[in-house]
Design a protein. Structure first.
Length: 208
C-alpha cells in the first residue's frame, strides 16, 4: 500500500521525531508508540543507527516509518532501501529536489519563510515542514502564510509541546505537528515503554 505524503500527515496528529542511540531500542520504541495510537514515525539520521532503526521499525505492525534529517542527496536511496516510506529535511536545496525525484521517496521539505514556501511549491512540493516552527513565528506565522499561500499544508516542527500542539492543529493549513516530546531520552534509556505509550495516547487524543 503506497500512501501519499498528505495521507501520511493526516494519519497522525503528531509525528514523533526519533533519535536512536541504541539499536535495540528501535523495535520496543516503535511498538510503544503504535500501542498509543501514534503510527507515523520519523527516524532521524542524527545518530549512526538511523538506517538500521528504520529497517527494524518498518517490520513493526502498524508502523509507517519515515526518515528525518535528510540533508544530503545520497541519503535518499539508502533510506528508501532501508524501508522509509517518506522523508523529512530541515530545508530544501536543488540537490535534494533532484534526489527526491530520482529516488521516488516522498519528501516533506523544511521551509522557514514565504519565499522558501514559494520556491518549494515551484519545485512541486505542497506539503511542507515549517522548521524551526516556534522560532520562525509559530501559530501567527502559519496563519499569516495562509492568506497568500492557502494551497500548502504544513507539519510545523521545532519547539512544539503537548501543551501547545492543539493551537497548531486548529489551523486550516496544518495537517499534523512534529516533535521530540513523545520520546524523552531518559524514558528510552530506562526502557520505560509504558511511559512512551502514555505520551503517545495523550498526543493521539489531541485531535479526536
Ligand atoms: O532532526 C531533524 O531533522 C529535525 O528536523 C529537527 C527536529 O524536527 C526538531 O529538533 C524537533 O524539535 P523539538 O520537538 O523542539 O525537539
Amino acid at each position: 500500500m503506497t500512501m501519499t505524503l498528505l495521507e501520511i500527515m493526516r494519519t497522525s496528529s503528531v509525528i514523533p521525531v526519533i533519535a536512536i542511540d541504541e539499536p535495540e531500542h528501535a523495535v520496543p520504541l516503535a511498538r510503544a508508540l503504535v500501542a498509543g495510537g501514534i503510527r507515523v514515525l520519523e527516524v532521524t539520521l542524527r545518530t549512526k543507527h538511523g538506517l538500521e532503526a528504520i529497517r527494524a521499525m518498518s517490520e513493526v505492525p502498524g508502523a509507517i516509518v519515515g526518515v528525518g534529517t535528510l540533508t544530503r542527496p545520497e541519503e535518499f536511496v539508502a533510506a528508501r532501501d532501508a524501508g522509509a516510506v517518506f522523508g523529512v529535511s530541515p530545508g530544501l536545496t536543488s540537490a535534494l529536489v533532484a534526489a527526491a525525484k530520482s529516488s521516488g521517496l516522498p519528501l516533506l521539505p523544511g521551509v522557514m519563510t514565504p519565499g522558501e514556501v514559494m520556491a518549494a511549491r515551484e519545485n512541486g512540493f505542497q506539503q511542507l515542514k515549517l522548521f524551526p516552527a516556534v522560532p520562525a513565528g509559530g501559530v501567527g506565522m502559519l496563519s499569516a502564510i495562509y492568506g497568500p499561500l492557502p494551497d500548502v499544508t504544513f507539519c510545523p516542527t521545532g519547539g512544539i509541546s503537548q501543551e501547545t500542539a492543539s493551537q497548531f492543529l486548529a489551523l486550516k493549513n496544518v495537517a499534523c505537528v512534529g516533535g521530540s516530546w513523545l520520546t524523552p531520552k531518559d524514558a528510552i534509556a530506562a526502557g520505560n515503554w509504558d511511559r512512551i505509550t502514555e505520551l503517545a495516547k495523550a498526543a493521539s487524543g489531541l485531535r479526536s
